[in-house]
Design a protein around this ligand. Structure first.
Ligand code: FEO
Length: 168
């Protein structure tokens, strides 16, 4: 059952993250990797998107996961999932791959099609992990939060999460 809107700490930011995923999937499908301009536009968009994903993750760590971890520790409850929730996210690797693409575009090197294939596979792999990751947060961590935080505490957490994402 979906949590009440006012204490659902993931729904609004994840709506934004899913929009970004849809946007880069569409852009990827329309990109001509033999075109410097097309690839440059895609890379610029991906740099912004993955930077936003990083900010999202930092906000979740600061406002949600660290608090949840501390609350569980105070109750002597071990939960590895909470500790490791963002440990395999590959956001830095994706940003590095985007930087590699910029270097190719700037040098005008003729390896853009090969790079395009690598980027496409990396993005598909990332998406296949990122969407389930958000689902896990919604279906596993939100219920944990509901169990160990009060309604008022969750309202405050949600409010802070929305504010820091600048989504209000
Ligand atoms: Fe909401 Fe950890 O992505």
């Amino acid at each position: 059952m979906a949590p009440p809107e006012e204490v659902d700490v993931f729904k609004v930011p994840h709506r934004r993250m899913k929009e970004l995923v849809n946007y880069y999937c569409q852009k990827l499908s329309k990109t001509d990797f033999s075109s410097n301009r097309d690839l440059g536009n895609l890379l610029k968009s991906l740099e912004t998107t993955f930077s936003e994903f990083k900010i999202h993750e930092q906000i979740e760590n600061d406002c949600i996961m660290n608090k949840l971890q501390r609350r569980l520790e105070a109750l002597s409850i071990q939960n590895e999932q909470v500790c490791e929730v963002h440990s395999h996210n590959q956001l830095s690797e994706m940003l590095e791959l985007v930087s590699q693409g910029y270097r190719l575009v700037q040098k005008g090197e003729g390896e853009m099609t090969t790079y395009g294939k690598e980027l496409r596979v990396a993005l598909e792999n990332f998406t296949q992990r990122f969407l389930p990751h958000m689902k896990e947060e919604e279906e596993v961590f939100q219920p944990l939060l509901m169990e160990y935080f009060s309604y008022e505490e969750l309202k405050d957490i949600k409010s802070l999460v929305i504010k820091r994402h600048c989504l209000s």
